[in-house]
Design a protein around this ligand. Structure first.
Ligand SMILES: Nc1ncnc2c1ncn2[C@@H]1O[C@H](COP(=O)(O)OP(=O)(O)OP(=O)(O)O)[C@@H](O)[C@H]1O
Length: 330
C-alpha cells in the first residue's frame, strides 16, 4: 500500500445488547419487570487499512457485520472497543469537517424527497454543505452527465425507475465531492443494465477524483468489476484481506455459461464443454473453469448452434461457502 492510509480500523469491535425473553406469558411478564440482556458480537477485533484512491470490496454473508462496520467507519455508531480513523478524523465525533469528506449510501435507504424532483433536493443539499450556487450547478451538471440522468432531474422522484432513483441518490451523496465513499449495496434490486451503469459510474468517479471507495454488494459482478482488493468478513471476524483474483482463483474457479441452443441436444454432447449443471429443453447451464473459459466459449460458438450465450460469476455466497469448505478460512 502506498502513502498514508485514509481509513484505519484497529481491533474494531461492536457488540449490541439484545433483550432475552423467556417463552410464554411468565416470560413476557418477567421481561416486562426485569429485562436480561445478552451481547451479540456483531464485529470482532477487525483491523485493516485502506490507501487513498483504493476501491475495496467488502464481502460477507447476511449478518456478517458489514453494515455495522460501515456504521462505525462513518460515525453513526460508537465502537465497543478498538480504534477508527477516517480521513484524519475520529468518525463518531461527527465533526463538520469529517462529514464533508465522506458519504454513506445505503441501497435500501433513500434521502431524496419522494414528491419533489431530484433537482430540488440537490439544491437543498448544496445549501446544507455550503456549496455556492454556481458551483453546485456545475457539479450537478457534470455528475448528471456522467450518470446519464440529466433529463430526469426535474421529474418527481416517485416517477423515476429504481435505477434512476439510485443514480439520483448517488448524485445527491456526491455533490459535496467527498474523498471517501462508503456504499452499502448500491446496486440492490437493480436490473442488470442499471447495475452496470452504476458500476461504470463509480469506476469513472474514482478515476476522475481519486476517491476512495469501500463497497458491499451481494452481486459478485460489482466486486469483480470494481475492486482489486476485498475484505471478507464472517460472523464479525475478518477472514481474508487481499487480492480479489487470488480469492476467486482459489474459491470460485468456475464460471457459469448459460446456453440457449437453437435446438435441443443430448446431455453427452454438452458434457464435452464443461460440468453440466442443468439441461432443460434448449436451455443448458455449464460450469467451466476460469482458465478454460475463452477457449471453451470459442469452441461452443464454433461447434454448436447457439441462439444466446451468457457467462456469469457464481454468487458471493457460493464463493464464501467454498472458501469455508476448502478450510482456508474457518
Ligand atoms: N441495532 C442492532 N441491535 C442488535 N443487533 C444488531 C443491530 N444491528 C445489527 N445487529 C446484529 O449484528 C449482526 C451483524 O449485522 P450487520 O447488519 O452488520 O450485518 P451485515 O453483514 O451488514 O448483513 P446484511 O448483509 O444482512 O445487511 C447481526 O447478527 C445483526 O442481527
Amino acid at each position: 500500500m502506498q502513502g498514508e492510509p485514509i481509513i484505519v480500523a484497529e481491533n474494531l469491535s461492536k457488540s449490541y445488547p439484545v433483550a432475552v425473553k423467556e417463552p410464554g406469558l411468565v416470560g413476557t411478564l418477567k421481561h416486562f419487570v426485569h429485562r436480561t440482556y445478552r451481547q451479540v458480537e456483531a464485529v470482532r477485533d477487525v483491523s485493516f487499512s485502506i490507501a487513498p484512491g483504493e476501491i475495496v470490496g467488502f464481502l460477507g454473508p447476511n449478518g456478517a457485520g458489514k453494515t455495522t462496520t460501515l456504521k462505525m467507519l462513518t460515525g453513526l455508531i460508537h465502537p465497543t472497543s478498538g480504534r477508527v480513523r477516517v480521513a484524519g478524523h475520529v468518525p463518531y465525533r461527527r465533526e463538520a469537517a469529517f462529514l464533508k469528506k465522506i458519504t454513506l449510501v445505503m441501497g435500501n435507504k433513500q434521502q431524496l424527497i419522494w414528491d419533489l424532483p431530484p433537482l430540488d433536493s440537490l439544491r437543498i443539499n448544496a445549501a446544507v454543505y455550503g456549496i455556492p450556487e454556481s458551483e453546485a450547478r456545475r457539479r450537478i451538471a457534470e455528475l448528471a452527465e456522467m450518470l446519464e440522468l440529466t433529463d430526469k432531474l426535474t421529474q418527481p422522484v416517485r416517477k423515476l425507475s429504481l435505477g434512476e432513483r439510485m443514480k439520483a441518490e448517488l448524485l445527491a451523496a456526491l455533490l459535496h465531492r467527498p474523498a471517501v465513499l462508503f456504499l452499502d449495496e448500491p446496486t440492490l434490486g437493480l436490473d442488470v443494465n442499471a447495475q452496470v451503469a452504476v458500476r461504470e459510474f463509480l469506476r469513472e468517479y474514482n478515476h476522475r477524483y481519486g476517491a476512495t471507495v469501500l463497497l458491499t454488494s451481494h452481486y459478485m459482478a460489482d466486486i469483480t468489476a470494481l475492486a482489486d482488493r476485498v475484505l471478507l468478513i464472517h460472523q464479525g471476524r475478518l477472514m481474508y484481506d487481499g487480492n480479489l483474483t487470488a480469492l476467486l482463483a482459489r474459491f470460485a474457479p468456475y464460471r457459469e455459461v448459460k446456453l440457449e441452443l437453437a435446438r435441443p441436444l443430448p446431455a453427452e454432447a454438452l458434457r464435452a464443454y464443461g460440468e453440466l449443471e442443468a439441461l432443460d429443453g434448449r436451455i443448458a447451464r455449464l460450469l467451466v473453469r476460469r482458465e478454460a473459459l475463452t477457449r471453451t466459449v470459442n469452441r461452443i460458438l464454433a461447434e454448436l448452434e447457439v441462439a444466446d450465450l451468457t457467462v456469469t460469476d457464481p454468487p458471493v455466497e457460493e464463493v464464501i461457502a467454498r472458501a469455508f469448505q476448502a478450510g482456508i478460512i474457518s
